[in-house]
Design a protein around this ligand. Structure first.
Ligand code: SF4
Length: 457
């Protein structure tokens, strides 16, 4: 192959990051090496996201600049935008190869021959069997499948990634075992809709036998010191069985990300979400009741000191404001949801029409200013509830996985409940250990809405 170096730019979600790790490993297997400067690499890959207009606009910024500064590079676009005809038309002179993510496995032939092979979405998760070049030495995303069958009316993912396809439980469990053996401390199972997982080997036959609850159970049984997370769950597929298993698995962190998207039933229906807000709230209550009971039981069992903190389950969500036709009254229902659930974090997006989706046919009738106002109103409630939730941590000791050092020399990391914690560097001078990728106990001395500061114990 005439190409020796590669650079990958990833835009968007955890799934895209994981895809890029697999593309990187594939290039290395072909004898190529990573070039950190995208303006010097022989091959530049953009793993793109089409979920929001802002993510799409980043591609329109990157592509002409790369081709101007590095005209001889072979530029590849994969991910959500790789099959959008309007994007192809707009960038047609600047991109050398458009490749759906499921076809990445054939990338060598495509680079060599400059051929566009037919879309192989029939097996859009075969590429997940490529070994990944994990970007961290202690945290890893393990994809369990690809694609989505849900067709939420605003979302491009089912068109960009195809229908749901899942890996076999055996290959997923083996990948996790290998990571745990290699000292990985945090594993996140990812797919567009993890809780509709079925063992990839059984999709054609009796698929009910090995679903997500059983997968979690089997991974939880792997011996070793590691945290387990998963993303993303769909409320309509969060069964009682799954909640019971989540409450039982001790490796699983006390954090659930459950996208509500809206707090009003008519808006949820227009979004084609498949649940009511009453059902969503019931799920949150069940999760809190069962998981918090488990935490308290565990503390009684291990007879920890009174200062050991039974951090309650943290709940995070995704919300879209200004969906077509969303009235002020309907928005007020979303604000009520925020007050009732008291989220720890919410990723709030202003609606933007996405080409090819069902909602693009609706009139985008909520003015930009009003979308901004609604976003700010939710942020105001979120700041209040998140701060209130965090107050419970003051003077308590929590376990933190150290992820790095900031520019001031302070170690920082995450709790099991997904809270950012920074450790005061004045205290660190007395403790010169390299804490990267380690679990440490930290006493929380200061809290903010979305972060905390603490001291090593
Ligand atoms: S569940 Fe809905 S929002 Fe999530 S990826 Fe599938 S279609 Fe998109």
């Amino acid at each position: 192959m005439k190409y020796h170096t590669y650079n990958i730019i990833t835009i968007g979600c955890q799934m895209n990051k994981s895809d890029s790790e697999r593309i990187a490993a594939y290039f290395e297997e072909q004898g190529m090496r990573e070039e950190e400067d995208k303006y010097r690499a022989d091959v530049v890959v953009l793993t793109t996201c089409g979920v929001r207009q802002s993510a799409e606009d980043r591609v329109y910024g990157f592509v002409p600049r790369i081709k101007k500064e590095n005209p001889s590079c072979f530029l590849i676009i994969t991910g959500c935008l790789s099959e959008r005809n309007d994007v192809k038309k707009r960038l047609k002179d600047k991109v050398d190869l458009w490749i759906p993510i499921g076809d990445i496995i054939n990338i060598k032939n495509q680079i060599t021959n400059k051929l566009q092979i037919p879309n192989s979405k029939q097996d859009n998760c075969g590429y997940l069997e490529l070994e990944a070049k994990y970007s961290s030495k202690f945290k890893a995303f393990v994809p369990i499948g690809n694609g989505c069958n849900n067709y939420c009316s605003y979302c491009v993912v089912p068109y960009a990634r195809g229908r749901e396809k899942y890996r076999s439980a055996e290959t997923i469990i083996n990948e996790v075992k290998g990571l745990v053996r290699g000292g990985y401390r945090e594993i996140t199972l990812i797919a567009q809709n993890v809780n509709s997982y079925i063992d990839g080997r059984q999709q054609a036959a009796d698929s009910r036998k090995f679903g997500f609850p059983r997968l979690l159970n089997e991974i939880d049984d792997i011996p070793g010191e590691f945290w387990l997370r998963f993303a993303t769950s769909h409320p309509k597929d969060m069964s009682d069985e799954l909640i019971d298993v989540i409450a039982k698995c001790e490796h699983l962190c006390e954090h659930v990300h459950l996208p509500a998207q809206a707090g009003d039933n008519a808006v949820l229906k227009a979004m084609n979400r498949g649940y009511t807000i009453e059902h969503y709230i019931e799920l949150i209550n069940n999760l809190r009741r069962k998981i918090n009971t488990r935490i308290n039981r565990a503390i009684n069992r291990t007879n920890k000191s009174r200062n050991y903190f039974a951090a309650p389950l943290s709940i995070t969500t995704d919300i879209i404001v200004g969906f077509p036709g969303e009235t002020k009254e309907q928005f007020v229902n979303t604000a009520k949801l925020f007050k009732e659930v008291k989220f720890d974090m919410a990723y709030i997006a202003q609606y933007s029409p996405r080409p090819g989706t069902a909602a693009v046919k609706l009139v985008d009738d909520v003015p930009k200013q009003e979308k901004k106002r609604r976003e700010e109103a939710l942020m105001k409630i979120l700041r209040k509830t998140a701060l209130e939730n965090n107050k419970k941590y003051i003077k308590k000791t929590v376990e933190v996985l150290i992820e790095g050092k900031n520019k001031h020399g302070d170690w920082y990391g995450m709790t099991r409940t997904n809270k950012n914690v920074r450790i005061d560097s004045r205290q660190q001078t007395a403790d010169s250990r390299n804490l990267l990728g380690q679990f440490v106990n930290v006493k929380i001395i200061e809290i903010r809405e979305f972060g905390m500061r603490g001291e090593l114990i």
